[in-house]
Write a protein that binds this ligand. Sequence first.
Ligand code: BEZ
Length: 423
Amino acid sequence: MGAGRWGVPRSQRRVKVEAAAATAAAVSSDPWTEKSENWSPLTSLHPTNKNPATMAELQEVHITEEKPLLPGQTPEAAKEAELAARILLDQGQTHSVETPYGSVTFTVYGTPKPKRPAIFTYHDVGLNYKTCFKPLFDFGDMQEIIKNFVRVHVEAPGMEEGAPVFPLGYQYPSLDQLADMIPAILQYLNFSTIIGVGVGAGAYILSRFALLNPDVVEGLVLINIDCNAKGWMDWAAHKLTGLTSSISEMILEHLFSQDELSGDSELVQRYRDIIMHAPNLENIELFWNSYNNRRDLHFERRGDATLKCPVMLVVGDQAPYEDAVVECNSKLDPTKTSFLKMADSGGQPQLTQPGKLTEAFKYFVQGMGYMASSCMTRLSRSRTASLTSRASIDNGRPRAASQSSEPGIVPSGSPGHTMEVSS
Ligand code: BEZ
């Protein structure tokens, strides 16, 4: 350890950064990789999803981190400054951290805002963070929300672009173990709280994490959650389907409704193509098996086994998981849960209705006290004024506001809240 620039001892430690090899600098033609809004001169110096590196192209570099303490600087201030500097370099940079269940990869966008949670996403089986969330996070109106937050997009092991196929006999983590990998990510980034956004398996994983770490999760947006383990009837049906269908067909049926699959829209064609030709299909099958072996979350409306934070449940009407989400809604605390059943959205509302979901998300985040109405568009501002006045702060922790239903959303008929979004 030598003297720092400020004449004070500097601590040196090695941090692991995944850096793109020079070959990755070639501009990608992958339609999922562009995010022009996030481009900055910094991103040309650092690996971003603009010029994505496949895992094969990623190399491990060791950077000696210099942390000179400024005179009079508190350790907390130094930590915040270090985090801000680290994340400034993190416009779509992919990292991995080691956990007891193997390494996990995540991608960070945005700059940290002091005392704000990170938006933390977890994708569904058959998808990765881009195929699951890019259309939503790229949506125009979403920008005014997400600019206020740093975003961390985690990928289940083996789902990241270019991931090598796991060797035969590899023990893929259970969904509970995937949830147990999350603290290593938050520790690495030095984040203390999150707003989770999960789809399908990702929604289950974030819920499990929230049950175990209620103080860390400030809010949850759960799309297509099934909080139950598979019953024996489901298992029998699953086994029978497995005899006649390929893994990719089963996953497509998990993601999309029968109507959507037979309608064969451009979106379905694109996702069919992505999943059927996925180079990591064996890995996807392992994640799929973990999903099908999930345990019951045992939510109880009253009692300890429940989600303590504001929750927004989302499902498309007539989507594959409609009944599962309705059941989940019946098991959660109605004073904390909003239920958004979306018309005309099929199985993947975040892909097909990013506008409606953005509006609902805006209300959700605003209800938690994180977006002043001055940030809203004029239309939204007038529509949400009454909601804002009903938001309340409890123990310094913002709480969700009550919201009422309107056309565009099919009311849930539940004792909880339904979301108001324009059609
Ligand atoms: C984001 O800005 O958070 C984002 C960018 C690309 C894909 C997904 C999310």
